[in-house]
Design a protein around this ligand. Structure first.
Ligand code: HEC
Length: 155
């Protein structure tokens, strides 16, 4: 019996490990990033304003205008000339989800796997999530979401 049990356990071990791997992966995916604090993000955004405009009638500066950036397709402002790595990423498709923005803002060039024209890095995740929460309140036309209106969710 003992021998049988040992055999049994050694044969299910790889399976158990595979299952464990699956569960960590699944729970990792379920752990979506929380939205930050938009008011604190407004203060962080002062550091972005040197290059980015928002609000009604906002145009491009050194960087593209950021109205409606949450869920906006990556590198998609038509009259803005993005860096080559950004153009390549845009061609792959995809939208600026909270997760993508969080990764990009931490280190734009690393995110693009090439040299982004944006050199500013936000090292602290709290700052990144706060500025994302601030940006998430801006509609595509530059108006701000009405109180109580939900921010967009996107893939
Ligand atoms: C010194 C100028 C500069 C500053 C400061 C700056 N950016 Fe940028 N940003 C850029 C440039 C230039 C690009 C275009 C990047 C490229 O083409 O590689 C860009 C691109 C972006 C994009 C992608 C836009 C798109 O259309 O896909 C986002 C999002 C962004 N910046 C957010 C921010 C935020 C948030 C901050 C402040 C925390 C910030 N940026 C600060 C210059 C700047």
């Amino acid at each position: 019996m003992k021998v049988f049990m040992m055999k049994f356990f050694s044969s299910i071990r790889p399976l158990a490990i595979a299952a464990l791997g699956f569960f960590t992966l699944a729970s990792g995916q379920a752990l979506a990033l929380e939205m930050g604090d938009a008011e604190a993000g407004d203060r962080i955004f002062r550091r972005c304003k040197a290059c980015h405009a928002t609000g009604e009638g906002a145009g491009n500066g050194v960087g593209p205008m950021l109205n409606g950036i949450l869920c906006r397709p990556i590198g998609s402002v038509e009259d803005y000339r993005y860096s080559n790595p950004m153009q390549e990423r845009a061609a792959e498709g995809g939208n600026w989800t909270v997760e993508a923005l969080n990764d990009y803002l931490e280190n734009p060039s690393e995110y693009l796997d090439g040299r982004s024209r944006m050199t500013l890095k936000l090292r602290k995740e709290e700052d990144r999530l706060n500025v994302i929460a601030f940006l998430a309140q801006l509609n595509a036309d530059g108006t701000t979401l009405a109180a109580g209106e939900d921010v967009a969710t996107c893939e």
